[in-house]
Design a protein around this ligand. Structure first.
Ligand code: PBG
Length: 328
């Protein structure tokens, strides 16, 4: 006969009891709201595959960031979308002070000063005509590949231009080897010792990035399997340690939802804050199911974010930032 007095019990009888023993609490300031800013448009443009998200103008971004701030968000991540005619083989608009991303950084920093952390994406894919994250070269056998070291040099120029425009944090998302050490050195040399680096350290070649292509008007075809990680791999994420040694101030796992094991693993050894990115496909799936009335939108959004946090992410990049911050 079972001894009922010795049976382990879960403390869940009342809301007060559940609140007493809740192990994690997500705060609005732990969410990073992601924004897109596009050159050559007069009005914000809705993003087809990400209902509720917009390509902003340099004017409309300010009230959108203010809304985020008022909801409790303390960090934004900016992506720039240049005009088609400003794209080229190497993505030079990325380090042009007049390029759309640098101008967006500048207007946000000007408006908000140090009240929130202005972060920018530091990668070339929005700016290259071919949509790859770096410089394409022939590998000598007729295959075009991204040249790691030439690309890293351009990332350094881009990072310094972003710092000059007013970014508090740069966020290299291109997965080139050695990019963190090179960028740290370039920033320091240009006098930006205080500009921090959020390294996309374990970024997977993921189909969950699909809707993002719409969001940034990318003509990209093909895949990024020669520089992003294989979804089959876990051990590969231990290379996050290399970014830590190179001076990353935060490390990121991306996407988030399907890679919670990796988030947990990195959280176990990282001495710096761990970030996770709830990407466009994760957003689009929730939106599509909610639009059909198949799930409770608010509950699923909050559960998805809390799960990422519980797995070990200190901060979460998400398209739900402002909205979720209001709910929390
Ligand atoms: C590329 C980049 C991508 C995303 C952020 N930065 C796309 C890719 O790597 O193919 C995806 C973000 C999202 O899907 O929300 N630098």
């Amino acid at each position: 006969i079972m001894n009922l007095t010795r049976r382990p019990r879960r403390l869940r009888t009342t809301a007060a009891m559940r609140s007493l023993v809740a192990e994690t609490t997500l705060r609005p300031a732990q969410l990073i709201q992601v924004f897109f800013v596009r050159d050559g448009i007069d009005e914000p443009q809705p993003i087809r595959s990400m209902p509720g998200q917009y390509q902003h103008t340099l004017e409309s971004i300010i009230p959108a960031v203010r809304e985020a701030y008022e909801a409790g968000i303390r960090c934004i991540d900016l992506f720039g979308i240049p005009r088609d005619e400003d794209k080229d083989e190497v993505g030079s608009t990325a380090w042009d002070p007049q390029g759309i991303l640098n101008r967006a950084i500048a207007v946000c920093r000007e408006e908000f000063g140090d009240d929130l952390v202005v972060m920018a994406d530091t990668c070339l894919d929005e700016f290259t005509s071919h949509g790859h994250c770096g410089v394409l070269v022939d590998n000598g056998h007729g295959t075009l590949v991204v040249d790691n070291d030439q690309t890293v040099e351009l990332y350094c120029k881009m990072a310094v231009s972003q710092a000059r425009a007013g970014a508090h944090t740069v966020s290299p998302s291109g997965m080139m080897d050695g990019q963190i050490a090179a960028m740290r050195a370039a920033l320091d040399e240009a006098g930006f010792e205080d500009v921090s680096i959020l390294a996309y350290s374990a970024k997977y070649a993921s189909a969950f990035f699909g809707p993002f292509r719409d969001a940034v008007e990318s003509s990209f075809t093909g895949d990024r399997k020669t520089y992003q990680q294989d979804p089959a791999n876990r051990r590969e994420s231990l290379l996050v340690r290399a970014d830590l040694e190179e001076g990353a101030d935060m490390v990121m796992v991306k996407p988030a939802g399907s890679y919670l094991d990796i988030v947990r693993e990195v959280a176990e050894f990282s001495p710096v804050p761990v970030a996770a990115y709830q990407v466009s496909g994760e957003y689009a799936m929730i939106e599509a199911a909610a639009a059909n009335g198949w799930i409770d939108r608010k509950a699923v959004v909050l559960e998805s974010l809390r799960s990422i946090h519980r797995a070990g992410a200190d901060v979460i990049l998400t398209y739900y930032g402002t909205e979720a911050a209001r709910w929390l």
